[in-house]
Design a protein around this ligand. Structure first.
Ligand SMILES: [Zn+2]
Length: 147
């Protein structure tokens, strides 16, 4: 995690994210990375071609993840293609609605440790900015079901 340089480049529109969500935080960025990763890996169409089921992100700040997923993957409450479920740990199941390909994404231990160690707003924002350039494959654990 020290070096987040990556081959898998994911572009994040930070201004758009903060405009929508209202502040900059790590879970927002993680949600954006997750959504973009899922679109890429599942070759799914943004907005109408993908569905997300989010577990373990019921309370703030973890629930900020949901806004990141909405912005990036276009899974929104208005369209009904995102659902929030209870769970002990954050885990998001993405489904390509065209071919039913699925992918489950969770956080790696190192990332959870880093998130748990955040102290205050300054630290939180600093870490969020650091995550913007990260390779999602270094942050997330991926379980593929079918391709
Ligand atoms: Zn937030």
């Amino acid at each position: 995690m020290q070096n987040c340089n990556s081959k898998l480049k994911i572009k994040i529109d930070l201004k758009k994210a903060v405009d929508f969500h209202g502040h900059l935080g790590p879970y927002l960025i993680l949600g954006m990375l997750m959504g973009e990763l899922a679109l890429k890996k599942l070759k799914a169409k943004k907005h109408f071609g993908i569905e997300a089921i989010v577990r373990g992100a019921s309370e703030k700040p973890k629930s900020c993840l949901i806004d990141g997923i909405q912005i990036s993957a276009g899974c929104t409450y208005g369209k009904g293609n995102i659902k929030k479920m209870n769970g002990r740990q954050i885990q998001v199941l993405f489904c390509n609605l065209r071919n039913n390909a699925k992918m489950k994404i969770s956080f790696k231990k190192d990332l959870i440790r880093r998130l748990d160690g955040i102290k205050g707003h300054v630290d939180s924002e600093k870490f969020a900015r650091k995550l913007v350039g990260c390779n999602p494959l270094e942050l997330f654990q991926i379980l593929n079901y079918n391709f």
